[in-house]
Design a protein around this ligand. Structure first.
Ligand code: G6P
Length: 588
């Protein structure tokens, strides 16, 4: 999604801005631009497409500047809709959504102002330009008129060598070292050896001035003192390390990610959490996308072993459904990025209604982490490919541990999770066989992933992965529901992937295999049960190591992720940067 960088320093800003934008590329974007101020006059270069298209801006003079990668929401990807947006000597970059932009624009037009883009963001420059007083006061006054979310960095021709920054419900971090001050929308874009990094709180402002340390202010513009956060300065942008794509590398890292994420059950944090888990009667699980699928897997395991309902919710639904949050509810939010707007809003709502918050997130210092009572980090390492892969398995490791603990608290036994980690390594090797399945999928009219029990949730995730990176229409479906409508869609051009890991219902899913095969569909089987391999109607299969069926998504995720990857390649798509999608969805 959109990204912001900015700096105020003695040497030219442009090279640093371009490097910073490259670090934000993984988030997904469709245009980019920078603005550099040289003692007042501001030069802007922006382009549709990739950051590398901005190379001619490297020569811009001036040590103060801002840069942006845009993921289109209001207005198509184009040069004029790319940020920065300038008006009346003010130049801004913005992440978020100005929800009342139409009304605000009308007011500006009535004053005789014209707009040069279709974006909601441009109005921010107009509003600031219309304000009196110093830049900080003007920015605050303008932002008070806005409903929606923002992270902004603002340059003004009247305030040389200065950037004013502000945030509401969209992340922004500030850095400083001996050379100058920096701002960015995520920590890796600002982190560097020996640089102090500060996280801007919601509603706060920062002023970056040449030759001065950054100054921070609360919503009333009262100065606030901030402590620098501890972060890993050496954690550079990950490299592909010989893999052709990040997605392939990250799938390969899944076993290690899951194992490293399994919480230390003896730790103080976990023991404190244990007490809460043992007392709670109501658990809400809230997330989006792949993270939502991991909560479905936890729901299933908790139901099965702890005999308790942990209720999964899609965050974009939860926040508007007026959720019932009974006393003593624990709301577990799951998010790789820790910045997904709907998940954050749901967490805030649950908290306001009295729930305790537990965040399961992969990003330290993320907004989700900062607002939660408890945090169980996933240790998947940075995930660069837009489609979540290793983070899904890491989330499962944490969520299964929680289910296991809840089962124990309630006097039930759950099977151990740890045997899964070595089985994942075998599953990864076995999963490579799916590469041979690719010709059946390229050009398919639609693809079905079928399963029962836990397999049903892995089917949902397999289908999502395929859609994300291959752009093929696909559905994950409970195998038993097939007859109730979906079977009408099945023919020789609809390959079916059947997931079968539970001997108790293997025959039932096999019935679905017979049904689709009778309609001409090629069937691909992913199973942990050798007895299922003999079926003559199956075109090809992958045998995974035996495992507890309720935990099987941790294994079956690997071949379905690999299938999505290889089909994407065969379709000529870049699996790391699927069209229209963003890594961290920081707007609604
Ligand atoms: C985006 C990503 C998905 C991800 C979802 C939730 O849509 O493309 O891969 O599953 O957001 O992200 P989160 O960071 O909250 O896990």
């Amino acid at each position: 999604m959109c990204g912001i960088v900015g700096c105020v320093m003695a040497r030219p800003a442009a090279p640093l801005l371009l490097d910073g934008l490259k670090k934000l590329e993984y988030r997904g974007y469709d245009s980019a631009g920078i603005a550099v101020s040289d003692g007042g006059a501001i030069s802007v270069v922006k382009r549709k497409g990739r950051v590398k298209g901005l190379e001619d801006a490297r020569a811009l003079k001036g040590g103060t500047g801002v840069g942006h990668t845009r993921w289109a929401t209001h207005g198509a990807p184009s040069e004029c809709n790319a940020h920065p947006h300038c008006f009346g000597g003010i130049c801004i970059v913005h992440n978020g959504i100005v929800e009342n932009a139409a009304t605000l624009k009308e007011e500006c037009v009535r004053r005789g102002e014209t707009f040069s883009s279709q974006t909601d963001s441009e109005v921010i420059a107009h509003l600031i330009a219309a304000e009196e007083g110093d830049l900080l006061t003007a920015v605050r006054a303008a932002l008070q008129k806005i409903s929606g979310s923002y992270a902004v960095a603002v340059l003004s021709e009247r305030a040389p060598d200065t950037i004013v920054c502000a945030r509401r419900a969209s992340p922004l971090v500030v850095g400083c070292d001996g050379e100058g001050s920096y701002v960015a929308s995520d920590i890796p874009a600002v982190a560097a050896d020996g640089r102090a990094v500060y996280v801007l709180g919601d509603g706060e402002f920062a002023v970056l001035k040449k030759g001065e340390p950054p100054a921070f202010f609360d919503g009333a513009l009262t100065p606030v003192k901030k402590a620098a956060i501890a972060y890993d300065a050496c954690a550079d942008t990950p490299q592909k390390q010989g893999f052709p794509h990040f997605m392939k590398k990250e799938i390969a890292e899944a076993p290690q990610s899951a194992e490293q994420s399994f919480p230390d059950l003896q730790s103080e944090v976990y023991s404190a959490l244990c007490e809460v888990l043992c007392q709670t009667e109501h658990i809400h699980l809230v997330a989006c996308g792949t993270a939502y699928h991991s909560t479905l897997c936890m729901y299933y395991v908790t139901h099965r072993f702890a005999k308790m309902t942990a209720q999964p919710f899609i965050a974009s639904e939860y926040r508007y459904m007026d959720p019932i949050v009974p006393r003593g509810t624990l709301c577990i939010t799951v998010s790789q990025s820790g910045e997904t707007a709907d998940t954050l809003a749901s967490a805030a709502l649950a908290k306001a209604r009295g729930a305790k918050l537990l965040a399961v997130t992969n990003v330290k210092h993320s907004s989700l982490e900062r607002m939660s009572d408890f945090v169980l980090p996933t240790h998947a390492g940075r995930e660069i490919a837009v489609a979540a892969t290793k983070s899904f398995c890491a989330q499962l490791a944490v969520l299964y541990a929680l289910s296991h603990t809840i089962a124990q608290c309630r006097g039930h036994q759950a099977p151990p999770v740890s045997p899964l980690f070595s089985a994942m390594r075998e599953a990864l090797a076995a999963g490579e066989k799916v590469r041979a399945w690719v010709p059946y999928f390229v050009g398919a009219r639609s693809v079905f992933f079928l399963g029962r029990g836990a397999d049903r949730y892995a089917a949902l995730e397999g289908s999502l992965k395929l859609k994300e990176v291959s752009y093929l229409p696909s559905e994950g479906y409970p195998a038993g529901e097939l007859k109730h409508g979906t079977l009408a869609l099945v023919d020789a051009r609809t390959p079916v992937v059947a997931l079968i890991t539970d001997p108790a219902v293997a025959d039932k899913t096999m019935n679905a295999v017979h049904e689709v095969s009778a309609r001409g569909a090629p069937v691909f089987l992913i199973t942990t049960i050798p007895a299922c391999l003999g079926c003559a109607e199956v075109t090809a299969c992958v045998l995974l190591p035996a495992c507890e069926p309720a935990y099987s998504p941790m294994l079956t995720a690997l071949p379905v992720q690999l299938l999505a990857y290889y089909v994407a390649l065969a379709c000529g798509n870049d699996p790391d940067k699927p069209r229209n999608l963003a890594k961290a969805v920081t707007v609604e």
